[in-house]
Design a protein around this ligand. Structure first.
Ligand SMILES: [Zn+2]
Length: 339
């Protein structure tokens, strides 16, 4: 059984619990954190929630020397060797963490950052916002998480001394000497990249429940999420820019189910009752069993969308990128653990 440095672990667990409780930084099982001790990389286990770091052991020790050898040989799809016997699987992003030279690495889908990363002109936007920040950063184009993303990050780092790597249509990776340094950099980023919110329009009260076929749909109790159905400008984005980053499509599927009215939902809710439905000008409804993991992903999407100004052109993921995410065993495993 591997043991870790108590003080380092305590500081990291404290950060994970706090960041994990902030939906603008971490959503559900998304995001991951690691630290390196000699030849061991401690990495968050796939499917676990950073918010639960203080209650349960979410970290797996893996053989760091093995991963570094694999990176040196260009074998980015090498499987990490877990050193413990916890039965937990190391994060999909273990290779990415191992190739960052920093002792502590944090990867999050921070909303203020993500809102920039889904725009067509994301690189220009970052350049303008971070010009005077003093942060050394690199940006990599969208790649499927895992081996392809790790390879792209390795290439970006080879040409630049960067402690922050922005991932198009995905999130940010921050490396530092310790967790305090990483947390300070994260705070600089979320402040420099903060987005004004689209003003909310008043909405009429929506029915708490909709009976449609054999399914009773419940109105989601989240005022920001409800704006996706009741505000035409936001709804237009939902209809044409639904898949903006990987966790969204993995948890919420490749299409938004938008219906004109409650009758249309009742008609549709036969054999293929959608789990989540956007009823135009009425509200956002979910079938029983719509999980907490899906609720936090939906809130994340709404948080990203209300941070777009009318002139922002977004860059959704394409059909082949979506297909690669949905037909992937690693994600099926993560979904099987979701709550
Ligand atoms: Zn990610």
């Amino acid at each position: 059984m591997k043991t870790s440095d108590t003080a380092i672990r305590a500081a990291i667990v404290d950060f994970c619990a706090r960041a994990g409780a902030d939906p603008l930084l971490v959503q559900g099982a998304g995001g991951n954190v690691s630290w390196k001790e000699r030849d061991v990389l401690w990495i968050k286990a796939s499917g676990t929630w950073l918010s639960e770091a203080a209650q349960e052991d979410i970290f797996v020790p893996v053989d760091l020397a093995h991963l570094r050898d694999a990176v040196a040989a260009g074998e980015f799809s090498a499987s990490p060797k877990a050193l413990g016997d916890s039965g937990l699987r190391p994060s999909i992003e273990t290779m990415l963490h191992s190739l960052m030279p920093h002792p502590v690495v944090v990867h999050v889908h921070a909303v203020e950052v993500l809102a920039h990363l889904v725009r067509a002109d994301w690189l220009d936007g970052l350049q303008q916002a971070l010009d005077s920040s003093g942060i050394a950063w690199a940006g990599v184009p969208y790649r499927k998480p895992g081996a392809e993303l790790a390879e792209a990050v390795a290439q970006a780092l080879a040409g630049a001394e960067a402690s922050v790597v922005f991932l198009q249509n995905h999130g940010v990776v921050i490396g530092g000497a310790d967790i305090a340094q990483v947390e300070a950099a994260l705070a600089v980023l979320t402040t420099a990249l903060a987005n004004p919110l689209a003003a909310a329009a008043p909405a009429a009260a929506a029915p708490a429940e909709l009976a449609a076929g054999t399914t009773t749909y419940a109105l989601l109790e989240d005022a920001v999420v409800q704006r996706l159905a009741t505000e035409p400008a936001l709804r237009a984005r939902l209809e044409r820019e639904w898949v903006l980053y990987p966790d969204h499509v993995v948890f919420l599927g490749p299409e938004a189910y938008v219906v004109a009215d409650t009758d249309a939902l009742a008609q549709a809710a036969g054999a293929h009752a959608p789990e989540l439905a956007f009823v135009r000008d009425v509200g956002v409804y979910a079938a029983p069993g719509f999980s907490k993991a899906k609720q936090v992903q939906l809130r994340c999407y709404a948080d990203v969308i209300v941070r777009q100004a009318p002139q922002h052109v977004l860059h959704p993921l394409g059909a082949s990128e979506i297909g690669a995410l949905l037909n992937w065993d690693a994600e099926r495993y993560r979904m099987s653990l979701s709550k």
